[in-house]
Design a protein around this ligand. Structure first.
Ligand SMILES: CC(C)(COP(=O)(O)OP(=O)(O)OC[C@H]1O[C@@H](n2cnc3c(N)ncnc32)[C@H](O)[C@@H]1OP(=O)(O)O)[C@@H](O)C(=O)NCCC(=O)NCCS
Length: 177
């Protein structure tokens, strides 16, 4: 067998956190892995335009290698003590996991929420997803309830998909600016 002269070559990547733009939408399907969420991604992007949701992406080389979605739940006139936003669809491409990108996405999302005077950050985690639950608890989230996790959506081929994923509801009080 031919011995390689330099079998290991170290590269470093830079990751930039920003709101999603229209060109990200097809890339957020990760070459088909999340094509079934196309309608949900596009609806979230439409609602980003009116300030109801925000898609935060971790961009490397102009590709969204991770994302988290924020749903701003309360109407404008809700008292500050009650304003609550909901984080969901946190994901990082498999080869980039364990490097802190997921943590950074959550923290950047929390900063955005606090800047908009949202006091409570909420997140749901499947009861079987112990790794993600550990991550949230490490970041200060505490379980305050549970949900049967029954919901449905239409995939990119117009088929109705049912989801049944019992989950824990976690929350964290944010430091308002
Ligand atoms: C959960 C997830 C977003 C974390 O992203 P990440 O960039 O790896 O996170 P960080 O590097 O900041 O932190 C790593 C922590 O994430 C958690 N984690 C969960 N699944 C993991 C995985 N497959 N690989 C690495 N870490 C994972 C662990 O708590 C880990 O910390 P540990 O040292 O206690 O094991 C990522 O693993 C992922 O996309 N998983 C699949 C989708 C998912 O489960 N999303 C959560 C839905 S509620």
């Amino acid at each position: 067998m031919t011995a390689l002269e330099n079998p290991t070559f170290r590269v470093s990547i830079s990751v930039h956190f920003r709101a999603a733009v229209h060109q990200d939408l097809p890339k957020m399907e990760w070459y088909g892995q999340y094509a079934h969420y196309r309608n949900l991604i596009r609806r979230a992007y439409r609602e980003q335009q009116i300030g109801k949701r925000l898609i935060l992406v971790a961009d490397s080389n102009n590709f969204p290698i991770g994302n988290i979605f924020i749903l701003f739940l309360n109407p404008e006139n809700t008292p500050k003590t009650e304003k609550r936003a909901y984080l969901y669809s946190l994901r990082v491409m498999e080869m980039f996991r364990g490097c802190g990108i997921g943590t950074q996405l959550i923290q950047e999302a929390e900063n955005l929420m606090a800047n908009r005077h949202y006091r409570w950050s909420t997140i749901a985690v499947a009861k079987t997803n112990h790794g993600a639950q550990r991550l949230y608890e490490r970041l200060g989230y505490e379980i305050f309830g549970e949900d049967p996790g029954n919901w449905s959506y239409f995939d990119h081929e117009g088929r109705a998909r049912q989801v049944q994923e019992p989950c824990w509801l976690l929350q964290k009080e944010l430091v308002l600016r």
